[in-house]
Design a protein. Structure first.
Ligand code: ZN
Lengths: 380, 153, 388
């Protein structure tokens, strides 16, 4: 890597629905992020935000709307759509060129103002074929779950355990939207959705505003004595037609391989101390763990049975409660990274994992059955 | 292009419920009472209208409320003579930026209260710098159209 | 500035009403051409940047999914850049930063729009603020016409002269489009035709306005090492600038648009340009409206504030003038929005690599490209040159 980049500050607001409007909510989280390191708007170098035009909020070119709320008045700024880890990558690149010594990242999504999740994901489908058949992220995830269970003999109980774990972890996260002490039976007996998925295995529609300040090595050391360093990144896009894909061999492998290579990680299950993954559907956490190399293909069912991914386990996954607990569509990738930052700094509060965290992995995905994946690795 | 193939006619309609938040709720409650509110930035001293929760330039909260004048001068205008989705009234009409007296930004609304059907006549009459005065609707709903338009003063 | 970045390939579709192809096929047309132009293969690409206007434009959300195959992006890292009308230049900036940062050696940039498939002005209206401003903004023509009117009234120049200058620009660009094989609108117009065309949003008349186009543009950005290995004619990125202003139309002066001034200044400073009218050989200014183009000339330092109408009428910015502007026919003749800004950069690249064909400006070495967007908010600039 040409230049080192650090995360120096993070602020977030999340939950089911706030009374604030989008504009003010975006300003608050930006302000808080800058205040934490004593930065003024004048010191701000560049800004990269992430938001979506997938009919969210009924507002097009959403970055026009929130431009000044991110401190970007008369700044050189840009915007990524769909996945907020894209913004992380772009922001880091802007610093690596040496043109800017700091970059504010924003991920903005006010789920409470959006149509139902799948009303929007239906619009990912081409208007001639998939859309007419009602293909959404949920129905495509249901296909994927079915295929996953059949191929590897992973049980629906093992899939449900992800929801038990994550909604349980969310009891300790003040920003969670959905949380609770559930049993496997509660999860499996919740309202039926696209079978084999039930309601509590599907992420809700949430608000999530994340502000994160990146800085060059020199600037980072001035702003904080606890910088968290950018170590690796990868992303990959899969083919569009669902029927053309192997739903169990995803582009997450490609994305992870890039990120591990860049970070110099040889054995992820040993070298990653905590992972925050985007699991809008409970079983996906198991599949993603396999694709990330935390266990062999088909082995994640046993891994969750053993408690490896519990908050107190050897490799905690989603101690924050993950996306099942809070699902602001575009913001969730950066939210995962923000959680990784807090874990490394020991600032995750009640959901701080028991072990020492040196390296954290954040994962984002969007699209039918994970058409696109992004992986970021950060560390001390 | 030589050949046009089949096309699909389709439509997407989606409902949205957008939060006003505390500052804009107060602004629009003012509209219902025929009042226009701005907020003042304590750092740069600018009065922003419509009211804002923060100053975009100084990036600090603005907590001082000011009721602003209902008269102002014209900054820029356009004679809108085409139809578009969500237009406030049948064209032609005049969209305009005006500077309400004592404020520091331009306020976007309509100019009206006279016959605008003839473009050439209208152009002779409407000039930047002209004085304008708010005209309120009798049927107010705490909405931007509680202000019918600004008319020449 | 980071590592030097070159551009080695350009691909454009024939722009226009393209109901002969489905949207992914339109995108593929540009992508195939950029591979043909650059001599590279999809396997050479380290990453893909794509971008477009928002979902409402065509009714498809997150189009990088739909176009994954058309862009040959399967198995590749992707970034999806969207900044309203300035999307195209922002895509180019993203590709530039990707290579300049050292994170990639070869990046494919793709911008696209199929505006004839939706209601473009309804979409533009939903860019505006929903509580206060949406009703009055009158799509893109409304807001940019108010800006044009504000500018035209500023320097005491007779309205008739400004009107004549805007008509001159329209005539020039419509003529220029005949020399660009990819341009959409190809009609001959006279100054009187322009001045007598229907008022859309005063001061803007029908022939002062860009069309609604379908089109895509693709480009390939490479590192210096890669460019050396390939040994092909390369345009070099000399300067990138971008600025944005407040969402509330009315918060900032738009007559002398400081965002445009500062975006250009940032790029000039990097490129070492002191006197733009002399130092630049050609400019592709984002000009969906004739009047606004003059405002941009002033903001970019091509002339003094208030000086544009006189210089336009003198022919300074004509194809044979001192600083030819939009020899491609510009946005006024071709506007598939998500691609439009990238087409400006592409045209600048064609000029400095001597590949602009009939609309080539002789000996062009340094070219300026620009796009703008938002509710009169965003300006982005990229300057390219024939020498590193
Ligand atoms: Zn202020």
């Amino acid at each position: 890597m040409s230049k080192k980049v650090a995360i120096v500050s993070v602020a977030q607001s999340a939950g089911p629905a706030s009374k604030d409007n989008f504009y003010d909510q975006a300003y608050r989280v930006t302000r808080e992020c800058l205040d934490k390191v004593g930065m003024t708007r004048d010191d701000l170098g560049t800004v990269v935000s992430a938001s979506s035009d997938i009919f969210h909020g009924g507002i097009s070119c959403a970055n026009a709307y929130y431009w000044e709320t991110t401190g970007a008045f008369l700044k050189n700024a840009s915007r990524q759509d769909g996945e907020s880890l894209f913004a992380f990558m772009y922001g880091a690149m802007r610093i690596m060129t040496g043109q800017y010594d700091n970059c504010l990242l924003l991920a903005l999504c006010k789920g409470s103002e959006n149509p139902e999740n799948d009303t929007c994901t239906l619009m990912f489908g081409d208007p001639f074929y998939h859309r007419n058949l009602g293909l959404t992220e949920t129905t495509s995830a249901a296909f994927q779950m079915q295929a996953y269970m059949e191929k590897y003999g992973v049980t629906k109980e093992q899939c449900a355990k992800v929801a038990v774990k994550n909604l349980g972890n969310a009891l300790r996260n003040p920003y969670a939207h959905r949380r609770g002490k559930y049993t496997v039976a509660d999860i499996l007996n919740s309202a039926p959705a696209a079978a084999p998925l039930t309601d509590l295995q599907i992420a809700p529609k949430s608000e999530g505003f994340v502000a994160m300040l990146l800085a060059s090595e020199k600037k980072a050391k001035k702003l904080t004595d606890k910088p968290v360093w950018f170590k690796g990144y990868g992303s990959s896009l899969d083919t569009y037609f669902l029927g053309d894909r192997d739903l169990l061999k995803t582009q997450l492998r490609t994305a992870a391989a890039q990120a591990y290579k860049m970070a110099g990680i040889k054995d992820p299950k040993k070298e990653i101390d905590v992972a925050e993954v985007t699991e809008p559907y409970a079983f996906q956490e198991l599949l993603w763990c396999e694709e990330l190399g935390f266990c062999k293909p088909g082995g994640a069912g046993k891994m969750i049975d053993k408690g490896t991914t519990e908050i107190s386990g050897a490799l905690p996954v989603n101690p924050s409660g993950g996306v099942l607990a809070n699902n602001p569509y575009v913001s969730r990738g950066l939210q995962r990274l923000a959680e990784g930052f807090l874990q490394i700094r020991g600032e995750a509060g009640e959901h701080q994992v028991d072990k020492k965290v040196k390296t954290a992995l954040a994962h984002g995905t969007h699209g039918f059955a994970g058409q696109c994946h992004a992986v970021a690795i950060i560390g001390v | 292009m030589s050949k046009e193939y089949k096309t699909l006619m389709t439509e997407i309609r989606l409902p949205y419920e957008l939060a006003y938040g505390p500052v804009w709720t107060r602004f629009f409650e003012g509209m219902a009472e025929k009042k226009i509110f701005g907020t003042k930035c304590t750092k740069c001293g600018r009065i922003l209208v419509p009211a804002r929760s923060f100053c975009p330039r100084c990036f600090i909260d603005t907590d001082e409320w000011v009721e602003v004048a209902q008269t102002g001068t014209l900054t820029a205008w356009s004679y809108v003579n085409y139809r578009y989705y969500g237009m406030p009234t049948e064209p032609p009409f005049i969209s305009a930026l005006l500077r309400l007296d004592g404020t520091d930004v331009d306020f976007l609304h309509l100019i009206g209260g006279f016959d605008v059907s003839d473009f050439e006549k209208t152009r002779k009459m409407v000039k930047n710098g002209m004085r304008l005065k708010a005209v309120w609707s009798d049927d107010r709903k705490a909405h931007i159209m509680d202000l019918k338009y600004f008319k020449p003063a | 500035m980071g590592r030097p970045v070159g551009i080695i390939g350009v691909g454009q579709t024939k722009h226009g009403r393209r109901m002969d192809v489905a949207y992914p096929e339109l995108v593929r047309e540009a992508v195939l051409r950029v591979f043909e132009d650059s001599g590279l293969e999809p396997s050479d690409i380290d990453g893909v940047v794509s971008g477009t206007m928002p979902s409402m434009m065509e009714g498809v959300a997150l189009t990088h999914f739909y176009f994954a195959d058309a862009m040959q992006a399967v198995g590749k890292p992707i970034l999806k850049t969207e900044t309203c009308g300035s999307t195209g230049v922002s895509i180019a900036h993203t590709a530039y930063y990707w290579v300049a940062s050292g994170m990639a050696d070869v990046v494919l940039a793709v911008g696209h729009e199929k505006m004839n498939e939706g209601d473009a002005q309804a979409t533009m209206t939903t860019v505006a603020e929903p509580f206060y401003q949406r009703y009055f903004i009158a799509g893109a023509p409304g807001v940019f016409s108010m800006q044009s009117q504000m500018w035209a009234d500023r320097y005491g120049i007779p309205e008739a002269k400004i009107r004549d200058a805007a008509a001159h620009i329209s005539v020039e660009h419509h003529n220029a489009a005949f020399e660009n094989p990819y341009a959409h609108v190809k009609i001959r117009v006279t100054a009187d035709d322009v001045k007598n065309s229907r008022v859309i949003t005063y001061p803007v008349r029908l022939l002062d306005v860009c069309p609604t186009s379908d089109g895509a543009c693709a480009m390939i950005f490479v590192s210096q090492n890669k460019a050396k290995k390939l040994g092909r004619k390369t345009a070099w990125v000399k300067g990138v600038g971008y600025r944005g202003e407040e969402y509330f139309f009315g918060d900032s002066d738009k007559g002398l648009w400081q965002g445009a001034v500062l975006a250009a200044k940032q790029a000039y400073d990097q490129a070492g340009i002191k006197n733009p009218r002399k130092d630049l050989d050609v400019a592709e200014v984002y000009n969906p409206f004739t009047f606004q183009e003059m405002l941009f000339y002033e903001c970019f330092g091509f002339c003094e504030p208030g000086g544009a109408p006189d210089m336009v009428l003198k022919g300074t910015f004509d194809k044979k003038g001192q600083l030819p502007c939009d020899p491609s026919g510009g946005v006024l003749c071709t506007n598939p929005i998500g691609a439009t800004g990238l087409i400006r950069v592409a045209e600048a690249v064609l000029q400095v690599t001597g590949k602009a064909g009939e609309h080539q400006i002789p000996k062009a070495k340094t070219a300026f490209s620009h796009a703008m967007g938002g509710v009169d908010q965003f300006n982005g600039v990229m300057i390219v040159g024939s020498e590193l």
